[in-house]
Design a protein around this ligand. Structure first.
Ligand SMILES: O=C(O)C[C@H]1C=CC(=O)O1
Length: 96
């Protein structure tokens, strides 16, 4: 199942810089793990914002939920989740 997830990161002004750096490093490691597994299929930076648009490929809504709430930066994120399905004109067999 494919989902588009729009994530906006809002780390408050004055938040401890070392703690923020640790959270960002942990987020990057988790992202790379999920990317290597094929679960976090795509990511784009939203130009001019600390935000991304991502595509997730998961087995269920609850798997996506567990992944998202487990992200190290989750407490500082707002997210919008949109379910996707295959476009009839797509040439990509792995769109499902
Ligand atoms: O940078 C972001 O948009 C937040 C998050 C998503 C992947 C990652 O490495 O950090």
């Amino acid at each position: 199942m494919l989902f588009m997830v729009e994530m906006q990161v809002n780390i408050p002004l004055g938040f401890d810089a070392d703690e923020a750096a640790q959270l960002k490093a942990a987020e990057k490691a988790r992202f790379q793990e999920l990317q290597a597994a094929g679960t976090w299929r795509h990511i784009w930076r939203v130009a001019g914002q600390y935000a991304n648009v991502s595509i997730f490929d998961v087995e269920s809504n609850s798997q996506l939920h567990d992944i998202l709430i487990g992200l190290p930066l989750y407490p500082f994120m707002t997210m919008k989740v949109t379910a996707l399905c295959r476009h009839p004109s797509s040439l990509h067999d792995d769109d499902r």
